[in-house]
Design a protein around this ligand. Structure first.
Ligand SMILES: [Zn+2]
Length: 447
């Protein structure tokens, strides 16, 4: 599959909104060279994209292996914490080979849904028990290989994970997540960067699992490393009230305040979930001008709560979206949920404009992953295009400017990543049968 050079879109969502008959040309490096609206018919050689073409979606928060719990965690009551028990059991069964096969199928599902980039919040660094893989990067390599096979750009968010809870030792399954100290985490990430962890096919970011799993001095060390290397920094924040309570009891402040005190909040920081915030936290996050990644289908699935999305956006936080534990992989479902959850909580419709929702799902997600040249259909941007059908039973009759509020991943017909067609008419061009691959990969690791 090679970059054919030009795509003619029936409708395309340009920075100023939807436009008809748009020719998008790109160079061999997959960068858009020209965008021309009003070209009545496709010129010879141009690939025709039917329906509405949006910029590629960014999945700013993923744990690929959690996909193996979809449809297997609803058999009992419980909470986030009982779900986590099941997730740890699964984590304990993964090795580089099963991780690669599972991630490859999950990333294929993502590209079929219109995601062109993913940030993998990765902490499965070491073998169960003790020791390390040879090479030590075996689990990260598995992710990069999987993403390459599936045709998606990957940012590995290499995550520091040191404690089982505030002041608590790691449990048996958590031990493989830990490098032992922030210094050893930094040595491993520095080695990965030196080995070429930042290329056109993907990048590297730093991760702090949460204030539960990383003590304050280590938070400062990881934040310092990220700043020195100009890496994006991602951190789970206040997903559960219990995290806030434990943080207050140990440190006398909220998780947001703890992160700020230790230098972890800035323009390149993405706080993930940000569900249970106090007014002062919202103001702090806004002042720091970073990103806030909402994962609405996960937050719903895990009974987390509804975070203050509109208030964060108004305070100055750039919102973006992730499918996190992959109970659903559908960028349109996530962007719609951002608005619909606000409606339920506020009693008002139209809390976000469609353009704001699309920006969260595209441009702002790519920015959170360290790419300022993606997520818009303009010259100079990466040629990531997603064609959404306007003629399915779900989308027929919808006004094109409201299509993102009704379409779903099932309506995504074509996906182009960096000028290369990866999905054509609903079929993945690089992975022959993603559903069969998912079934086999999950069967191999499921309990
Ligand atoms: Zn997460």
């Amino acid at each position: 599959v090679t970059a054919p050079g030009s795509f003619w879109c029936e409708q395309a969502w340009l920075p100023e909104g939807p436009a008809a008959s748009v020719l998008v040309s790109c160079d061999a490096a997959g960068v858009i060279t020209e965008v021309a609206a009003g070209r009545a018919s496709p010129p010879p050689g141009a690939v025709r994209l039917r329906g509405l073409v949006t910029p590629g979606f960014a999945n700013a928060h993923s744990h690929a292996f959690h996909r193996a719990l979809r449809g297997r965690s609803h058999g009992q009551r419980g909470s986030f914490w009982t779900w986590r028990r099941q997730m740890y059991d699964l984590a304990g069964r993964l090795d580089p080979d099963s991780y690669r096969r599972l991630a490859r199928a999950v990333y294929a599902e993502m590209t079929l849904a219109g995601f062109t980039a993913v940030g993998e919040f990765h902490y499965l660094h070491h073998p169960p028990g003790a020791g390390s893989y040879r090479p030590a990067s075996a689990m990260t390599d598995a992710l990069r290989s999987a993403a390459g096979d599936a045709g998606i750009r990957l940012t590995v968010i290499d995550t520091c994970y040191l404690t089982g809870g505030i002041g608590q030792p790691l449990s048996g399954e958590q031990r493989r997540f830990s490098d032992g100290s922030a210094e050893r985490w930094a040595e491993r990430v520095a080695a990965a960067l030196a080995a070429g962890g930042d290329t056109a096919a993907g990048g590297t970011a730093a991760g702090i699992h949460s204030v539960r799993a990383v003590p304050p001095d280590a938070i400062a060390a990881v934040a310092g490393f990220a700043a020195d290397h100009r890496l994006p920094l991602h951190v789970h924040l206040s997903e559960q009230q219990a995290e806030n309570d434990a943080c207050r009891a140990s440190y006398g402040c909220t998780p947001t305040q703890l992160l700020e005190r230790h230098g972890a909040l800035g323009e390149r920081t993405t706080v993930v979930h940000a569900t249970h915030l106090e007014p002062a936290d919202i103001a702090t996050l806004g002042r720091c001008r970073g990103s806030g990644c909402f994962c609405p289908t996960t937050e719903r699935d895990l009974a987390d709560g509804i975070g203050p999305a509109r208030q964060l956006a108004d305070a100055g936080v750039r919102l973006c979206l992730g499918s996190d534990q992959h109970a659903v992989i559908d960028p349109l479902a996530e962007l719609r949920a951002l608005e619909m959850d606000e409606r339920l909580a506020s009693g008002e419709r139209g809390r976000f404009t469609v353009a704001e929702l699309l920006a969260a799902a595209t441009t702002q997600g790519h920015v959170a992953l360290g790419s300022t040249d993606a997520g818009r259909i303009v010259p100079g941007a990466r040629c990531d295009l997603v064609a959404i059908s306007t003629g399915t039973v779900r989308t027929a009759g919808a006004a094109v400017e409201q299509l993102p509020l009704v379409a779903s991943a099932a309506d995504v017909r074509d996906v182009v990543v960096g000028g290369r067609a990866v999905v054509e008419d609903g079929r993945h061009l690089l992975v022959a049968d993603p559903a069969a691959d998912l079934a086999a990969a999950i069967d191999a690791v499921a309990g």
